[in-house]
Design a protein around this ligand. Structure first.
Ligand SMILES: *Cc1c(COP(=O)(O)O)cnc(C)c1O
Length: 228
């Protein structure tokens, strides 16, 4: 793989992201670009770093554990894959944000392990907003009671919500799901008194619709690194 396309695609994407952010009534830098580097080799990540990228997303624990230590500690790594409770201890010290807290049970494990490691686990609640059987995440109706219990757990900080709409969705089909996630966040913020500022939604094919609906983090892989 040559690295010039990565720098070029990143520059073009950043420009479009800034424009989309302005269009949504926010500052051009209001949306965090999480470069999803899963399946891509370390030299692709190095090319993105050289082009100024500092936030990366990985979705498989083993792969993340081998790649993250290769790079400067100043980078921010987000974990965006489904997590089994027996992997939390390894991944937690290496990540700045876990997007995929998808059950009350997992939250209890996170809290206990974070307490043992003497750190705070910063997480997003993953919501299965489209009620897609193939997707992980809390049912939208279960989020409020789950959040109430989760907020009572120590060493856990909930920064907002994340969703993955069905993969077959076009951006147009995904947009109402993004709007619903934002509405749910607004309701949860009002009922819990927590700001829940982060909305992680939007991938290579639908991020502009997500930004229009208030995404604060977009997770983009193939539009930066090429096809997997
Ligand atoms: C792979 C992945 C992405 C990035 O998908 P692209 O279509 O390559 O942009 C985003 N979010 C999650 C949860 C993923 O697993």
């Amino acid at each position: 793989m040559t690295t010039a396309p990565i720098a070029d695609r990143l520059a073009a994407l950043r420009e479009r992201l800034a424009a989309a952010s302005l269009l949504s009534g926010r500052a051009p830098d209001a949306v965090t670009l999480c470069a999803v580097s899963k399946t891509f080799p370390p030299d692709a990540i190095a090319a993105a770093i050289a082009a100024g990228q500092s936030v990366f997303g990985e979705s498989r624990v083993q792969e993340a554990l081998t790649k993250i230590p290769l790079f400067p500690a100043s980078l921010h790594w987000h974990f965006i894959g489904h997590l089994q409770s027996n992997k939390i201890r390894k991944i937690l010290p290496l990540t700045h944000l876990v997007h995929t807290l998808d059950s009350l049970d997992l939250a209890r494990h996170f809290s206990r392990i974070a307490s043992e490691l003497n750190l705070t686990a910063r997480c997003l609640l993953q919501v299965n907003i489209a009620r897609d059987d193939a997707k992980f995440g809390l049912d939208p109706d279960a989020t409020e009671p789950a959040l109430t219990e989760i907020l009572a757990l120590p060493n856990l900080s909930i920064a907002g919500l994340m969703t993955i709409p069905a993969l077959t969705d076009s951006a147009d089909a995904a947009r109402p799901h993004f709007a619903r996630l934002r509405d749910l966040r607004d309701r949860l913020a009002a009922s819990s008194g927590l700001p829940l500022p982060e909305l992680s939604m939007g991938m290579s094919g639908d991020w502009e619709a997500a930004v229009a609906e208030g995404a604060t983090i977009v997770r983009i892989g193939s539009a930066i690194f090429g096809d997997r």
